[in-house]
Design a protein around this ligand. Structure first.
Ligand code: HEM
Length: 66
C-alpha cells in the first residue's frame, strides 16, 4: 500500500530507476517464479501493466503520510 516493500521489494521511483519498462511489465504480468510475486495476467492486460509500470516509475500513487 505504501510501495516501500515488505513481503515484496520497494516499488518507489528510486528503487525502480534502473528498470526498463518492458522488464517491469513482464514482472507484473508473469510474476517472478520462485518468489511470492504472483503474475497478474488474468486480471491485467499488457496495456494495464505498462500503465502501472509508468506510474510507479513516476511515483504513483502519492502516499500521504499520517
Ligand atoms: C498488482 C499488484 C502488484 C504489482 C503491480 C507488483 C509489482 C511488482 C514489480 C514491478 C516488481 C519488480 C520490482 C523490481 O524489479 O525491483 C515486483 C516484485 C516483487 N513482488 Fe510484486 N507486485 C504486486 C503484488 C505483489 C504481491 C501481492 C506480492 C506478495 C504477496 C508481491 C511480491 C513481490 C516480490 C516478493 C517481488 C520480488 C521478486 C524477486 O525477488 O525477484 N507483489 N512486484
Amino acid at each position: 500500500m505504501r510501495l516501500k516493500g515488505g513481503l515484496g521489494p520497494a516499488l518507489t521511483p528510486e528503487a525502480l530507476a534502473e528498470r526498463p519498462v518492458p522488464a517491469l511489465v513482464a514482472t507484473i504480468l508473469q510474476g517472478r517464479t520462485g518468489t511470492p510475486m504472483p503474475g497478474w495476467q488474468g486480471m491485467l492486460d499488457e496495456q494495464d501493466a505498462r500503465w502501472i509500470a509508468q506510474q510507479l516509475l513516476r511515483g504513483f500513487p502519492e502516499v500521504k503520510q499520517p
